[in-house]
Design a binder for this molecule. Structure first.
Ligand SMILES: [Cu+2]
Length: 488
């Protein structure tokens, strides 16, 4: 299968996102002949040396289709509220574009004339900024400076010629809207392909949200985050990057949030070949395995997948490798009832009266996860209640692996309930890309974590076949890991 067909399929798969928004149906799509990704492959699927680049893949995020109008590539983005399932069972209310947060990935070629129609379906004004673009000032999307904000129900048509290449992005330039999810990748493929060329090219967008238990809307004012996501998913719901042993891989990392993230890859050294300013000279490519991704930055990393296996790729801030982390979880799981004198809502850190910024509640907002965070109390260790394991539907239950004297050890419990076999949900996050992972793997993946799976040809083919079947809406049969599976 050629990459071009792959792109078309991506577009078709993405069409569902546009149906409700009445943008471009697949039939209306006119695929331009000069779209990158027309590579010849041999029978084994290896791409031959060719100047045009492979198309970028953004796991869990669709590509944005375009139509051609003369020599203009026309895209259509709709700013709108989005229901996003961060992990199975946790659907939150974000704001994004065309049904997706982050918004769909735009791919163009260096030199293209591009038009982007932006419709505002939000209840308030918005504006679209093209981050790092060298374009005329009136197209910059800076509200109040280069244009009036786009009112609710309004539209602004951006049009520019792009002479740059590299990993860029678009985002709302209303600060609080950025913290609701409003960003998307904008890849400009170079006129002359980068050397050395890569076989796989991925985008990962880093975002973070503060969402209290039983609430679905992020607190965009908060400074402490309990949901850390790659492409809108937290581990174990992130989709692994699938590569063949020996392939050269590029991963384009983009960060928009309140934190910087040190992204670490296991088992390999990589070089940083690009920033939010485009391709970097080869003389700057020193080897490393962790890249610090500052807010508003992008970093392209490249490596040869020379080491077979399932390798973690994750933010190395410990708190960013967790889901729904909350300081109340420990005490609540270990005591009868709430901290003394506090009712349910306050114990959970929920707002009971007044507004979040009221004199009564305001002071505890700052760094804490919620209004009630200042009500937290010092806790002494006490015995775990016997025979009362946490039960969540669909999760695999196992006894926590703790020593007999665990309760006498200061500091316990730390990880016993945060990660581990108790929290595994392999079945709930089942998908082709996870096929053959070690059983129980999902209990140890949370927040900004995913895998780079460096696979032998046969395993790689198996996953690609499963993926094709899933796309074709055929019932997908997943074999038990480690057993042989036959396909017709
Ligand atoms: Cu981080």
């Amino acid at each position: 299968m050629s990459s071009r067909r792959g792109f078309l399929q991506n577009v078709l798969a993405g069409a569902g996102f546009f149906a409700s928004a009445k943008v471009l149906s697949a039939q209306e799509m006119q695929m331009s002949g000069d779209m990158p990704g027309m590579n010849m492959k041999d029978k084994k699927g290896f791409i031959h040396e060719h100047s045009s680049p492979v198309l970028v893949e953004t796991p869990d995020v669709p590509n944005l289709p375009f139509r051609t109008d003369g020599n203009v590539k026309e895209f259509h983005l709709i700013a709108e509220p989005v229901k996003q399932e961060i992990v199975p069972g946790r659907t939150v209310d974000l704001w994004g574009y065309n049904g997706s947060a982050p918004g769909p990935t735009i791919q163009v070629n260096q030199g293209d004339r591009v038009r982007v129609i932006v419709d505002n379906h939000l209840p308030e004004a918005t504006s679209m900024h093209w981050h790092g673009f060298e374009i005329p000032n009136e197209m910059d999307g800076a509200p109040g400076a280069s244009q009036d904000p786009i009112p609710p129900g309004g539209r602004f048509v951006y049009e520019f010629t792009l002479h740059q290449e590299g990993t860029y992005f678009y985002h709302s330039h209303m600060a609080m809207q950025e913290m609701m999810g409003m960003i998307g990748a904008f890849v400009m493929h170079p006129k002359n392909g980068y050397k050395p060329r890569v076989d796989k090219d991925f985008v990962i967008i880093l975002q973070e949200y503060a969402i209290l238990p039983n609430i679905t809307v992020p607190n965009s004012m908060n400074m402490e985050f309990n949901w850390l996501s790659f492409n809108g998913k937290a581990g174990p719901a992130t989709t692994p990057l699938i590569v063949r042993h020996g392939e050269r891989v590029r991963i384009r990392l983009i960060n928009l949030g309140m934190d910087h993230h040190p992204i670490h890859l296991h088992g390999h050294q990589f070089v940083i070949t690009g920033t939010e300013g485009g391709r970097q000279p080869e003389s700057t490519w020193g080897p490393g395995n962790t890249v610090l991704l500052g807010v508003a930055q992008s970093r392209d990393i490249e490596f040869v997948a020379s080491n077979p296996g399932d390798w973690m790729l994750h933010c190395h801030l410990p708190h960013h490798m967790m889901n729904q982390m909350s300081s109340m979880v420990g005490p609540m799981s270990r005591r009868n009832g709430m901290p003394a004198s506090l009712d349910m809502e306050r114990g959970m850190g929920m707002l009971r009266q007044g507004s979040a910024t009221s004199e009564e509640n305001g002071p505890s907002l700052g760094r804490g996860l919620g209004v009630g965070s200042t009500a937290e109390q010092r806790m002494a260790n006490s015995p775990l209640k016997a025979g009362n394991p946490m039960q969540h539907q669909g999760m695999q239950m196992a006894k926590p692996d703790v020593s007999k004297d665990a309760n006498s050890v200061p500091g316990f419990p730390q990880d016993a309930f945060m990660e581990g076999p108790m929290m595994a949900m392999d079945q709930m996050v089942d998908k082709p890309e996870n096929f053959g992972l070690r059983p129980g793997w999902s209990g140890f993946m949370a927040g900004m974590m995913t895998f780079v799976r460096v696979l032998a040809q046969d395993k790689y083919d198996q996953i690609m076949e499963l993926r094709e079947k899933k796309k074709g809406n055929k019932p997908m049969k997943m074999a038990t890991p480690g057993t042989e599976q036959k396909h017709e």
